[in-house]
Write a protein that binds this ligand. Sequence first.
Ligand SMILES: Cc1cc2nc3c(=O)[nH]c(=O)nc-3n(C[C@H](O)[C@H](O)[C@H](O)COP(=O)(O)OP(=O)(O)OC[C@H]3O[C@@H](n4cnc5c(N)ncnc54)[C@H](O)[C@@H]3O)c2cc1C
Length: 293
Amino acid sequence: MERGRAAGVEGRLLGGEPGAPPRRFRVRAKVVVAACGTLHTPLLLGTAGAFRSSGALGHGVTLHPAVRVVARFDDTLNGWDGALQSVYSDHFDPEGIKLVGVYSAVNVLAAGLPGVGPALRRRVRALPRCAVFGAMIHDEGGGRVRRGLGREPVVTYAMAPRDLARLRRAITILSEMALAAGAREVYTALLGAPPITSMDAARAAERAPVDARRIECMAFHPLGSARVANDPRRGIVDQSGECFELPGLFVADGSILPTSIGVNSQVPIMAMATRIAWRMAERFPALAAASPA
Ligand SMILES: Cc1cc2nc3c(=O)[nH]c(=O)nc-3n(C[C@H](O)[C@H](O)[C@H](O)COP(=O)(O)OP(=O)(O)OC[C@H]3O[C@@H](n4cnc5c(N)ncnc54)[C@H](O)[C@@H]3O)c2cc1C
């Protein structure tokens, strides 16, 4: 930093020859862009030490918590063949639930099936006849990123009660879909629970008391650890992606998205990054002219 502005980047390259001293680098720049993703950008910004006033750095992370069900049919399906994520449904968007076609590695699926010993072995053998479908939740931000030991981030997430209810509703919807399509048994994301074999059982499972820690939950879209805001007291960057507290430093990755978006995140992040780049090109025409693209 120089005179209150970002003036470049310095660091150390990872890798290199074993035992050789780390190679250091320093780049002076009129404009600096951080794009380390939701988990690493707050750590990088934290080292710059200029982001204390809003308290938003690393807070309010959304994840799109997701579940999947495995459904056993009579026919052979070989779910690992063909295109992944080839279908989705936004029918339940008003309830904050998006249904997405998924298929996991067979060993991961096997580990989540109910039963032990011969019962588990029977279900694993039936995997060629199993289909998998998933759902993700348009969630409130209950996540936090901080520096762990070394240079890796640690993420914690406290699920909002509303989102837990959505997750359980999603499991019911997925189970009903599978049964309507002819599934004999549905293995839900509730670890250790008996298979679901009827619509009534699917709905009853949603109403039954449950220890939420037993829900096998996944997340692939962490967003919002350096969120955009109109007011420096509520976020880290302004609408052009520039840090309120460190002019000249821009953020262009998933960390700036202020809420969960309820859809897969890659294209929306690319759209935001493109928009930030266009604004940058308008403000710094000399830099844009010097750039090859
Ligand atoms: C298993 C999985 C499946 C997914 N599937 C889909 C999908 O099907 N569709 C979809 O739309 N989205 C999907 N996503 C989400 C999507 O990949 C992410 O939302 C998106 O890539 C995030 O973009 P980003 O630019 O914010 O961060 P990233 O793509 O994570 O880019 C950040 C980069 O910064 C680098 N970096 C971090 N720290 C440093 C540092 N200190 N110095 C230098 N470099 C650093 C990282 O190595 C990384 O290359 C998936 C994610 C996962 C994990």
